[in-house]
Write a protein that binds this ligand. Sequence first.
Ligand SMILES: Cc1cc2nc3c(=O)[nH]c(=O)nc-3n(C[C@H](O)[C@H](O)[C@H](O)COP(=O)(O)OP(=O)(O)OC[C@H]3O[C@@H](n4cnc5c(N)ncnc54)[C@H](O)[C@@H]3O)c2cc1C
Length: 627
Amino acid sequence: MKSNKSLAQKIQKVLDHDNFETREGLKDLFKKDLFVPKYSISINDERELALLRLKKIAKEKLISVMDFENNPSRIFSAHEIVGQMDGSVATKMTVQFNLFGGTLLNLGNNLLHEQKLKDIDSLASVGCFGLTELGYGNNAAEMQTTANYNSLTKEFVLNTPSTLSRKYWITNGALHAHYCIVFAKLIANNEDEGIHAFLVPIRDKNLEIKKGVSIWDMGHKIGINGIDNASIGFNNVKITKEALLGKTSSINEKGEFKSTINKKRDRFLNVADRLLSGRLCIASMMIGASKYTLDLAINYANKRLAVGQTGKSDTPIFNFQFYQRSIIPLLAKTVCYNLTMNYIKDIFENKTQVDKVEKIILCCSAKATLAWHNEEVASMCRERSGGQGYLSANRMGEAILGSHSGITAEGDNAVLMQKVSKELLGLEKNNTTRVLINYLSSKLPSFFKQSLFGLKFGDILKSSTQHRLLNFKKNTLLSNLAISLKNAKKKGNTIYEDWMYNQSDEIQLLASSYFDCQVLSVCDRYEKKVDPDIQPIIKDIKTLYFLSSVESNISWYLTNEVISSKEAKTIIKLSKKYCHIISKKALTICKAFGIPDHMKLAPMYNDIEAFNSFDNRGELSEENRNW
Ligand SMILES: Cc1cc2nc3c(=O)[nH]c(=O)nc-3n(C[C@H](O)[C@H](O)[C@H](O)COP(=O)(O)OP(=O)(O)OC[C@H]3O[C@@H](n4cnc5c(N)ncnc54)[C@H](O)[C@@H]3O)c2cc1C
């Protein structure tokens, strides 16, 4: 019989997956006083603290923009660990290294860009990413900022012609950025050539704002106030021709525009490419935060005593079924999503080959699913931890608001899920026979459907049954959506009308069903290849994942007559049983999340009695940590 410690170590190795040294290096760094959380501080101090922390991480070379060429997973691992320490720092980091640095690396094509690239790791040049405009967020392709080429002076002239076209929400913009990668419509010879990216100096080395640039501090936000978001405007700002990030588009000596990409829409997608790795950065931050929050809540719940059999306060709240039913499925999901992220990171690094569209939809669905998941984890853990969960020093508020930033930034979750469904439909376009068979299967009488796709003759704990059930939902949604859109067209409606006004539930459910199927497949593969000692635990976690997925969609399975009400009851019963099974291993799983003691400063991790035995002002400074 293996000890819990050795099991935890083995699980941690599987979850951490890569870049163990960088992970440990970051955690080690967080022992320093600079990383002790501070709460009652001004917004200015919060922002300076976030910058100082990021500078320290950069100084220790624990992340580099060049990782994108040599070891992209290192960037994602850094996001996971930094996300556990401070969401503001992780957000500043993601803009500096991925959105700003990554775009420069990807699209830069001249000496100026190369020089700037050298300053990124050291933060000698701090950058921001100016895509969103006040009036154009999810529909950024309609942005109004222009970069007009003047062939006489060989310069571009940047303008944000209205309030709605000001760059908005720009992280690092209000205080710290020297440069902004500005997205604007490139106009050459009076022709709109589509959206391109430009490297624009917005402040000099002394942080004086450049002529023609107006920067307005967006001020206090509902969360992550350590980041300095700005509204940025440009009024006839002249930039050199070399400012254009011109790997695919350029202006020749005669002032003529050339591009290797024909369609304007594709030029925009090309320059916004960094959003894809950005989505993995956010997903990594989200998984890191979920692990931290669950570890904190579950450890606390094992110590926090409430009413027992005799009415005395002698029973850990963790023992209550109510607690386990709300928290344990989230714990299982976190492990399964972590494994799925490992798979997606391998795809991003080309260690595992899939086609380009599949890679895009995996990144989009992972970002959306993990950000929503993190929000659920944070809100649920906050609530289940009672009043302690409401104290800032216990960090759950940070987790809730951090997850909301993840939900909205770099593509609104629901909009990304629409993209996933759209691409899935595109992939099926040439499989009309399969679509038709799936459509007809979904219309079969319930007895046949249950026999073929449901649980009727299958053992629910068998992997093949589980796949059949999840796949049936995905395939039914996909084929029904394809047929509905086709029928709507026949009736004279536009695809837009049907898509935006009639099918939104199905579209969202299709994308999440697709991701569920992916998660189950990844977990299956892991179950087969992990150390035999941890195989049973991975299997149980996967089973609970599957049961929770069906349970939370039980109305779909019932109304579509894939399972009977008797089978639905069995699912719920089993789900309860597996919650209980996993609850026995919850502390071991939490240990495998690898949070070191020095990162566990929250009172809930420690001794709330000792913390509250004097006037602590809710701060975690050394003198207040008398446990
Ligand atoms: C903390 C934070 C940091 C950020 N940092 C940056 C940054 O550094 N640089 C940058 O460029 N941007 C940044 N952003 C902006 C972010 O990318 C945008 O907020 C995001 O793209 C959404 O745009 P919007 O806010 O205009 O929302 P809107 O486009 O107004 O969308 C609002 C809602 O409308 C609905 N909606 C919109 N379009 C559709 C659709 N097609 N289908 C269905 N529903 C739809 C959805 O419900 C959506 O949630 C940041 C945002 C936050 C919160």
